[in-house]
Design a protein around this ligand. Structure first.
Ligand code: G3I
Length: 377
């Protein structure tokens, strides 16, 4: 059942059906995501490079009418912002922060420490031998201090450490943990706090719907607290599939973590493709083709639109019910064509995980998310 839509949204959908474009900012203001959830939490979105410059003719009108928080999808990651030992490249990050300020957005920095998208020079000497704990700590301190100081008072919150846990809740084996040790996390937070005492500092991860991994996050937060490190919030990425994770698991995650700190849904999308037999696997290194792996290259059947709308409605019902614990819900991309979930596990794979289609038009899922706010207002 597609959620009841407002007359304007129905007109919009009919306009799209007629082959014309229709962007929701032409509708009355109550049909924007940020206004609908203004009494609950911020509604954010991850921006690619044209979008963070306000130069995406399809995505920019949506960003500027629907959202009140932005996160850079890639340009603040180590390989982009600090590509060489003696070179920072702030051009795109500066543009991102300026765009956020010009549009009165809550600005999130993503991400200061991750095991992906980091140049080899960080962990190795030029001759390929591994750096020492002391050397890597100095590099980490320089990286965080330089970046957070540059945007002090301008970036409102930082994903300080991303994905430090393994699926079983133990510390992920990475060059960070192997060279520095498990205290790299506490050091990262201390460096960030010293550089900007007023910015919110977050730990961000995926798969915390799993009780086992979530227990690891709870231990991590307790260890940081014992070390005198204040964490202002935990980001639950919430990359979803149509039948994983269970909505109840999402709710238990929010309830348990919400008792310890602020919760943010930081990378929300719902893939409509069956990826792997165990469904939950999101290992980006996996590759594979096969029957039924790419059924929607020409668009989404109404039945799948409806199922996606219902799935988003179920998730937002939980978010809204726990709005006292949640400070922000961020979508990981503007339109379906922007999503990292396209071309995943093989080139040409076509996914439809977001609220706006490849034309920038609202999908039934957009209306179902608005409807949750209306029904609970
Ligand atoms: O910028 C280069 C470009 O110069 C080159 O021509 C092109 C082709 O090789 O690659 C471009 O870099 C790509 C980058 O996105 C920017 O488009 C990288 O190959 C590609 O791996 C990278 O993917 C990003 C991925 O993180 C990296 O693991 C996705 O866009 C981004 O959505 C995704 O986001 C992550 C979060 O940061 C953390 N949580 C998981 C989430 C999904 O993986």
């Amino acid at each position: 059942m597609i959620a009841r839509t407002s007359l304007a949204a129905t007109v919009c959908l009919l306009t799209v059906a007629a082959g014309a474009g229709c962007t929701p900012e032409t509708e009355n203001p109550t049909t924007t995501l940020r206004d609908s959830y203004a009494d609950a939490f911020l509604i954010g979105v991850a921006l690619n490079d044209p979008q963070l410059r306000g130069e995406d003719p399809r995505g920019t009108p949506i960003v500027e009418s629907q959202f009140n928080s932005i996160t850079p999808e890639n340009v603040m990651k180590w390989e982009s912002i600090h590509p060489e030992a003696d070179r920072y490249d702030f051009e795109s990050a500066d543009a991102f922060v300026a765009y956020g300020e010009a549009n009165n957005m809550f600005i999130v920095g993503h991400t200061l420490v991750w095991h992906e998208q980091v140049g080899d020079w960080v962990f190795e000497h030029p001759d390929g031998t591994p750096r020492s704990r002391g050397e890597l700590l100095a590099i980490l301190e320089d990286h965080i201090t330089t970046i957070v100081t540059r945007y002090r008072g301008r970036v409102n919150g930082w994903d300080v450490v991303n994905e430090a846990l393994a699926d079983d809740g133990s510390l992920r084996e990475s060059p960070w943990s192997q060279i520095i040790g498990e205290d790299y996390i506490a050091h990262a937070f201390r460096f960030a706090r010293a550089a900007d005492p007023d910015a919110e500092l977050y730990y961000n991860d995926y798969g915390l719907e799993s009780a086992e991994k979530r227990a690891g996050a709870v231990r991590l937060l307790a260890d940081l607290n014992d070390a005198g490190v204040a964490v202002d919030g935990i980001g639950v990425q919430t990359h979803m599939w149509m039948d994983w994770p269970a909505i109840d698991d999402i709710e238990q995650q929010i309830e348990e973590l919400g008792r310890l700190t602020n919760v943010m849904v930081t990378e929300l999308d719902i893939g409509v493709l069956k990826d792997f037999p165990d469904q939950g696997s999101a290992d980006v290194s996996l590759r594979g083709d096969g029957p039924g792996m790419n059924p929607y290259t020409e668009g989404l059947p109404d039945s799948v639109h409806t199922a996606l709308a219902d799935r988003y409605a179920a998730a937002f019902s939980v978010f809204h019910r726990h709005r006292d614990k949640i400070t922000r819900v961020t979508f990981w991309g503007v339109t379906d064509g922007d999503s990292w979930r396209n071309n995943w596990v093989f080139p040409g794979r076509t996914n439809h995980p977001l609220l706006f289609d490849r034309n920038g038009s609202p999908k039934p899922a957009f209306n179902s998310v608005l409807e949750v706010a209306r029904a609970n207002h």
